[in-house]
Structures are given as C-alpha cells and as structure tokens.
Design a binder for this molecule. Structure first.
Ligand code: XLS
Ligand code: NI
Ligand code: NI
Length: 438
C-alpha cells in the first residue's frame, strides 16, 4: 500500500491561528466559520484545490526535466492513479477546504487511445467516490482535458478532422457524466486549443460553428442526464495557441448569444487569463455580472514581465479587493468558488511548499474579502455610485431610457433649459478609500 501520509510527515492539518501567529503552517486570515456580511467565510470563498498543478505536474519546463521527485510519479498505470488519489485527498483534508477540481486525465491511468481512455477513466471513479465519502471533500467542477493528447494539436471541437471532434465529444460526455455522478457543482470547458496558430490554415467560419455545435451537444446531454450545475467556459486569449476564440468575457458572451447558449453556460474567470487578455480581473468579473454569466473563478496571477500563464498564487491585495467587491456586492458565488488553478515554482520542491502556496493564497483572499466587507459597510463607495448616476433614476433619465425618440430628445435640448454641469469623477478619493480598507 502506498504511504500517502508519509509524504506529509510533520505537517499537521492546517488551522486558523490568527494574524499574530508565527507558525508558517497556519491560517492567519482564513477563518472558515467567521461571519462576513452574514455568511461564513468558507461559504463566501468556497476554496478548491486543483489536481493538475499539484499532483500531476512534476516540475518540468520547456528547458528542463521534472524537479519534484514525487514518490507516486515513479509508479505506473492504475497503481499510480490510486497512489495519486490518496496523496491528493490527504492534501485536501489537511488544508480543510471544502472542494477540489480535476480533468479526466489527471485522475486516471494514462491511455494511448480512446478505448483505453474509456476503461481507465471508468476504473478510477469508484475510488474517487470512496475518498469523497470518507473525507467529505466535494467536487467544485470536473472537466475533460481535450488539449494535451497529440490528436488535439489542431484543436478539439475546432479541429479540421471530425474524427478528432468525435474523440473530444466522447471525453466530454464521460467527464460530464462523472462530474454528475460525483455530485460536482459545475462543469468546465477550457478551450485550450480552440483557436489557431495561423489564419493561413484556418477556416474560422467552420471552426466557430463546430465550437457552437460541441457546446450545444454538451448542453443537450447535461439536460438529458439531469445535471443541474452550469457549464462554464473559461476565457483565455492565447497560449498555447496564438489566438483562442474564447478571448474574454465579452467575447464569450457574444459567442453564447450567437449559438443560443445563454441559459445554460456561464464563465469560469481566471485571473492570469484576464491579465493575458489585457484586462484587469475586476473588469472580467464586472462584465460577467453585467451580462448575467458569472460562474466561478480560477484564482492565480501572472507576472507582469511574462506573457504566459505563470499560475502563481494570487497575492495582490488591491487587485483581490477590487475583484472581491464586485463578487460580494453582486451576491457572491452560487455554484462557483475560488479554484486554485495555481502552482508552486519549480524550485519549491518540498511537500511543505505546497502548503505555503495554498495557505498564503487563501489568506490573501480572506484579507480581500474582509477589506471588501469594510468598504461596503462604510457605505461611501456605494453612496457615491448611486449619487453619480442619480439623474438616470430621475424624470429625464427614465424618459430617455423608456419613452423618448431621438427627435423628442433633440427638441427638448434645442428649446433650451438643458445645460449639463461637469462633476468630478473623484477617482483619487475612491482609490484612497480602497487603500484605507486594504
Ligand atoms: C489553462 C487553464 C486550465 C483550465 C482547466 O490555462 O487555466 O488549467 O482551468 O482546463
Ligand atoms: Ni484555469
Ligand atoms: Ni490558465
């Protein structure tokens, strides 16, 4: 039997010790039961640890081999998959978080072809279910990896070859059913290679129709099997492809309306993907709420000097607080949560490093949540916004929005009596206010 507990030797379950503790393996701010704006902190943040970065990746990068030397990576096939499962659930329970997330290929024995894939994936579902029942850890979302296998080099649903589309559809069907069976709360689709490397070899009209078709098939199947959670598209502008069709929230919204998918599909927003798209994370979150498609968040950050997904733990207080304000004031997560799509650096080779990353990450979110609470309770920010737009709740504003024609509006202005006075936007005052609570 694989000694999963041995890997974590000397690391006790992590508990809350408060901001003054010297213990680096304790939470300073993440206090699951603390009430924040009437709701437990854990229920606000709904933190989830992901399988892929922490248990699958061995530390390789494009210039070098794996550095982590994890004992389960030395095993093969089903034995490897089962050892990894034990390691993962030891980790989740030591963190004390409610959720985890996985791709099909993360949890199963490696497969060469689709027949093997089907067998190997099916074989790990009972053991996963047993671990979930034993520990009470729940599934935030499941997904299919339809970007790593060489067959997906030119895309999954957007592949020029319908046989590849069929393989992706098979993986999505199986992963969606597995997610449903395991009580998962959402199902994610990140279009890793749903884009292009050059337009010279790409028919974008066909490819977008194919992507729309795959999504429609997934929606149809979700209803057929009675899966209640939303499907979540995860926008990203590029990497690994030069251009990815699900560029950012507003682009995804346009796609969902075009293919009539708005009732069933929302977004899973990732901080680092917002950065890559040249957007801020609070922009992405605000747009998702504005369009009614906010689903979940992959918490991580990039590096301003690097143009790729460095997937570092998200530790930027101002940024987190700005994002948190939008989440909280719009009612928070429904089925989503903060999934840690984040990884330790390649030199962080010890088991303890995995904990430092996740502890620091959730503590940073907790601080952001508390700052957002203070800022909303203070009231200045929301009162300012209300006052700034007050004209639109008044007679003229309502008349413009609901009744008036262009002619009537112009006639009113031409008759005199409308002479707008400039008012300060108060950006510095608001930034100071934010800084006061962070
Ligand atoms: C990659 C994505 C990926 C998704 C799940 O950039 O973030 O990890 O979250 O497929
Ligand atoms: Ni992600
Ligand atoms: Ni990513």
């Amino acid at each position: 039997m694989f000694d999963a507990a041995g890997f974590y030797d000397g690391i006790d379950p992590i508990s809350y010790e408060g901001p003054d503790t010297d213990n680096p393996l304790a939470y300073r701010h993440y206090d699951a039961d603390r009430l924040v704006l009437g709701k437990r902190m854990e229920d606000h943040l709904r933190p989830s640890a992901c399988y892929w970065h922490t248990f699958c990746w061995d530390g390789f990068d494009v210039f070098g081999a794996g550095t982590f030397n994890r004992p389960w990576h030395a095993l093969e096939g089903q034995a490897m998959a089962e050892a990894k499962l034990e390691i993962a659930f030891e980790f989740f329970t030591r963190l004390g978080w409610p959720f985890f997330a996985f791709h099909d290929v993360d949890v199963m024995a490696p497969a060469e072809n689709m027949v093997e894939h089907t067998e190997n994936f099916a074989r790990i579902l009972d053991p996963i279910q047993a671990q979930m029942e034993r520990t009470g850890v729940k599934l935030l979302w499941g997904t299919a990896n339809v970007f790593s296998h060489p067959r997906y080099m030119a895309g999954a649903s957007t592949n020029p070859d319908p046989e590849v589309f069929a393989c992706a559809a098979t993986q999505i069907r199986q992963a969606l059913e597995a997610t449903h069976r395991l009580g998962g709360e959402n199902y994610v689709l990140w279009g890793g290679r749903e884009g292009y490397d050059t337009l010279l070899n790409t028919d974008t009209t066909r490819e977008l129709d194919q992507l729309g078709r795959m999504l429609s098939l997934a929606v149809e199947h979700k209803h057929k099997i009675g899966f209640k959670g939303p499907l979540l598209i995860e926008p990203k502008p590029h990497e690994p492809t030069k251009h990815q069709y699900d560029r950012d929230t507003q682009t995804v919204y346009g796609f969902l309306s075009r293919y009539d998918l708005l009732d069933d599909v929302k977004v899973n927003l990732e901080t680092n993907h917002a950065t890559l798209a040249g957007n801020s994370m609070d922009h992405e979150i605000a747009m998702a709420f504005t369009h009614g498609i906010f689903g979940s968040v992959d918490a991580n950050r990039g590096d301003p000097q690097n143009g790729w997904d460095t997937d570092q733990f998200w530790m930027e207080p101002l940024d987190i607080t700005r994002s948190m304000i939008h989440i909280v004031k719009n009612g928070g997560f429904k089925t989503g949560g903060f999934n840690f799509d984040s990884k330790v650096r390649r030199q962080s080779i010890d088991a303890s490093d995995l904990f430092y990353g996740h502890i620091g990450g959730v503590d940073a979110l907790a601080r952001g949540l508390l700052a957002a609470e203070a800022m909303l309770n203070d009231g200045t920010y929301e009162a300012f916004l209300k006052d700034r737009y007050a004209g639109w709740d008044d007679q003229l504003g309502k008349w413009i929005m609901q009744d008036a024609s262009l002619e009537q509006i112009a006639a009113k202005v031409e008759a005199g009596g409308i002479d707008p006075q400039p008012r300060s936007g108060r950006q510095e005052m608001l930034e100071n206010l934010l800084n006061r609570f962070v």
